[in-house]
Design a protein around this ligand. Structure first.
Ligand code: ATP
Length: 491
């Protein structure tokens, strides 16, 4: 970028001189020579060599400041013992651990773990990203790989340390399978150099280097990287569990003023599937909302609103017209009613406020993280998906496009039922079935659930009407209110 700006200024200057009547031919020749010289330096990797960042102050990153991820922390600490007790390891004839690969979805704390690892093992920490090694000029990537390993050794010596950690984020860019890139010569050369450097790491050197790689796509990595002796350990850094989410929320609200009524466990229950980065964002947005409200403390409503904002985006200012509002209220009331009937206590809040692409939504809460589902539980989820459109049909006589995503979700769940061998087809391989057959079974499953939902809704029509009226009046109602109405009026 800098080069473009400088070139622009120089060109402007030449045009200016030309305009004043000067002969600028010698300057143009000089400029061209300068550019050729620069490109040659760049090709040799002598320009932009400091493309990685030494993070000298990892002091504030401790394993304690990372919420959840207990297994990942444990595995990483264990691996770090190899670095810390390198002499003992070498005396025992144990091969040193050269690389640890952190894999998992974005924002789950992989970078934090690497920083905490550097702090824990009192090592020099160099951080870079796979994309920093990639240039269009052949040989530059390999040069940069050599440079980072060399730099790690030099910096450790300078700081009187005998350990260094090199953290490479997005290692899939550098370590993708050889031959998979269009300009594969340069990519392959870079990866080959990286493999050579990793092979050269040994415990007899005065500086022990550990490479920590992070990726969301371990499937793209070249198998040579993953073989023993290179990235010996793979540590999975997954989205946090309920306890993990609670811990992360506590960590990120520690420096904020919370009202006494705040229940972080409730928020953790409503944030299933959120990563650490999402949860940090919830805490931050809640603080912003409290400031907007001129409230000295963050209240539970701020946190709940922040969750909605993180899921669906900012509230849209324009209000829906009464006809649309009526349909949205009926649709959302349908989802909420059926959700409570098939799974009591599952609704946390229903809203008819437009946010992002959604005109309204039901936020569900989960007592505990669920990884296994029975057929009935999956069928109940289909019922909840279908309920919005069925409520519209019962109340207004027709359905709308608002149910498109609900139907997609219902089909997806029906396919999960078939794939898991829970449908009338028994245990099958869905790929080997003709699509028409799969489609028929999906239709049957959805039809069955449609009938159940219709009957449930007709039996509880008074409850539905009451929820619709309240929603139109208040825009937002809580799960408790819905449960109260059901208890009073349910069939
Ligand atoms: P990516 O794969 O996108 O590079 P990452 O897994 O490396 O993401 P980090 O950069 O470590 O994610 O985390 C981003 C931010 O999210 C952190 O700065 C922190 O605020 C928050 N965060 C993520 N995970 C945790 C966690 N387990 N505990 C506390 N905070 C977390």
């Amino acid at each position: 970028m800098k080069l473009e700006i400088i070139s622009g200024i120089v060109l402007g200057f030449f045009v200016f001189l030309f305009y004043l009547g000067y002969d600028i031919t010698p300057l143009i020749i000089l400029g061209i020579l300068g550019l050729i010289f620069y490109l040659m330096l760049q090709k040799k990797g002598l320009v932009k060599t400091n493309n990685f960042q030494e993070v000298s102050s990892t002091n504030k990153f401790h394993f304690e400041s990372i919420g959840g991820q207990d297994i990942a922390k444990q595995e990483l600490k264990e691996a770090l013992e190899f670095l810390i007790k390198s002499e003992e390891i070498s005396l025992r004839g144990i091969r040193p651990l050269k690389g640890i690969l952190l894999t998992g979805p974005p924002g789950t704390g992989k970078t934090l773990l690497a920083k905490a690892a550097a702090n824990y093992s009192d090592a020099v920490f160099l951080s870079t990203s796979g994309s920093e090694f990639i240039e269009m000029y052949a040989g530059v990537g390999a040069q940069r790989v050599r440079k980072i390993f060399q730099s790690a050794r030099e910096k450790a010596r300078k700081n009187n340390k005998n350990r260094a950690i090199i953290f490479i984020d997005e290692i899939d860019v550098l370590g993708a399978q050889r031959g998979s890139h269009a300009s594969h010569m340069e990519y392959d050369q870079t990866l080959n150099q990286f493999l050579v450097e990793m092979d050269g790491l040994n415990s007899n050197s005065d500086v022990n280097i550990l490479v920590i790689g992070a990726t969301n796509r371990p499937d793209l990595l070249d198998p040579a990287l993953l073989r023993p002796g290179r990235f010996d350990r793979q540590v999975k850094v997954d989205v946090p569990t309920l306890d993990g989410r609670l811990e992360i929320l506590k960590l990120h609200t520690k420096n904020k003023k919370l009202a006494g009524e705040v229940d972080l466990l409730e928020i953790a229950k409503e944030t299933y599937g959120f990563s650490g980065a999402h949860l940090e964002n919830v805490a931050n947005e809640a603080a912003i909302l409290a400031m907007r409200d001129k409230s000295p403390e963050i209240k539970q409503v701020h946190l709940k609103e922040a969750v909605d904002k993180v899921i669906l985006g900012e509230k849209l200012g324009d209000k829906a017209n009464p006809k649309v509002l009526n349909r949205v209220a009926i649709h959302e009331a349908g989802h909420a009613l059926i959700s409570e009937l098939v799974k009591p206590n599952s609704v946390s809040q229903v809203t008819v406020t437009s946010r992002g692409n959604a005109l309204g939504y039901v936020r569900q809460s989960q007592e505990e993280d669920q990884k296994l589902y029975t057929e009935q539980e999956l069928r109940n989820q289909i019922k909840v998906c279908l309920a919005g459109a069925i409520a519209e049909e019962i109340h207004l006589g027709d359905k709308s496009t608002g149910a498109g995503n609900d139907f997609k979700q219902a089909v997806k769940i029906a396919k999960t039922i078939i794939n898991s061998g829970l449908s009338s087809l028994g245990v099958i391989s869905i790929e080997d079935l003709p699509p028409i057959k799969v489609n028929q079974v999906v239709k049957d499953i959805i039809k069955d659930e449609e009938i159940v939902v219709k009957n449930l809704m007709i039996d509880n029509i008074a409850v539905l009407k009451e929820i619709v009226n309240l929603l139109k009046e208040k825009e937002k109602i809580s799960g408790e209110v819905i449960r109260k109405i059901i208890n009073e009026k349910a069939a």
